[in-house]
Design a protein around this ligand. Structure first.
Ligand SMILES: [Zn+2]
Length: 332
């Protein structure tokens, strides 16, 4: 018929100091598995072991995270276990667990320790191969558990990177709209709506709010909604446009000058508004938001690129993937 069937997470739980309640959270969602394996980084386990030990794990596996090569070390450790994997850590831990679980068709749940990008619920894992970040298609997590007490310990720059990844949904939706208008592509109104609403959910916050429960919940739920919008769209289109192509081009062609994904896309979004889209109202709103939330300062601290470098990066971005965006309208 004319309806879409959408895969959605079976468990979303947000709360404070819930890291020691993982067992009861799974039980109350009626999720029962013969075994449960925690995959995390050793230093994170040391920090949180008292809370984590309040749960039953059949095995605790330490990983470094982020490197594709590590998958071949992790797969033999989990492949014969009839288990759910609990991935606890930052984006690099979540991404390697997503990849390993997908390769083995195992269920997994993400418990992020930071909200630096939409890795918490997305069907893409970014892993380093030969010093360069590559994207891998992966299965979605069964659920996401957000412990606000843990997320509150994240460095400020990581939180702002998460805000950057989320706010740039606006740019991705602009690009998708353009592609439907002048390139005849099909759109998905529901995916676009969710992506944009997710971004707007953090629009009114300021730097002083970063460590509040309200902001952390909004950021976490916004990143989750972003993942859902990509799932509905069946591609990353809803949350990844020209600004992501610039960021991926930096990762691919200038890995020595690459930094956090969320900061790179935020920088690219602002420069694309300034130099290509030239929508004064949007630019004013973006600049005001960046100033108020603290992105302007953290971008100048972490991003080595100058405004004029954008044009130089465009040909590299166009090589990254065949996706029509505002970059295709630039006369080079
Ligand atoms: Zn992103």
């Amino acid at each position: 018929m004319y309806y879409n069937n959408i895969q959605t997470p079976v468990l979303i739980k947000t709360g404070k100091n819930i890291l020691n309640d993982l067992d009861s959270i799974l039980a109350s969602a009626h999720l029962y598995f013969p075994h449960k394996i925690l995959v995390t980084q050793e230093n994170l386990y040391e920090t949180y072991h008292e809370k984590l030990d309040g749960n039953h794990f059949d095995n605790v596996i330490f990983c470094r995270g982020g490197e594709f090569a590590e998958a071949s070390e992790l797969i033999p450790q989990v492949q014969d276990a009839d288990a759910v994997l609990i991935a606890f850590g930052g984006g690099s831990v979540l991404d390697i667990v997503k990849y390993v679980a997908s390769r083995l068709n195992m269920a997994f749940i993400t418990v992020p320790s930071a909200l630096s990008n939409d890795a918490i619920y997305s069907s893409v894992a970014r892993l380093t191969v030969n010093r360069k970040k590559k994207s891998f298609n992966v299965q979605l997590p069964l659920g996401v558990i957000l412990d606000l007490a843990v997320l509150k310990t994240a460095p400020r720059a990581l939180l702002l990177a998460g805000a950057g990844d989320l706010i740039t949904n606006i740019s991705a939706v602009e690009d998708w709209t353009l592609a439907t208008e002048i390139n005849g592509e099909t759109s998905n109104g529901l995916a676009m709506m969710l992506s944009k609403q997710a971004a707007l959910s953090i629009w009114n916050f300021s730097a002083n709010d970063l460590y509040t429960d309200n902001f952390l919940s909004a950021l976490g739920h916004g990143l989750l909604t972003s993942g859902l919008s990509m799932n509905i769209a069946g591609s990353t289109r809803a949350c990844s446009g020209s600004e992501h192509m610039i960021s991926h081009a930096i990762d691919e062609y200038f890995p020595d000058k690459a930094t956090m994904h969320g900061l790179q896309v935020a920088w690219a979004f602002r420069e694309i508004e300034r130099q290509i889209r030239k929508n004064d109202d949007m630019l004013e709103m973006v600049e005001e938001f960046y100033d108020r939330i603290g992105l302007t300062a953290v971008i100048s601290e972490y991003i080595p690129w100058k405004s004029e470098d954008l044009m130089m990066l465009i040909p590299y971005a166009l090589k990254i993937r065949k996706r029509f965006t505002v970059l295709n309208t630039v006369k080079l």
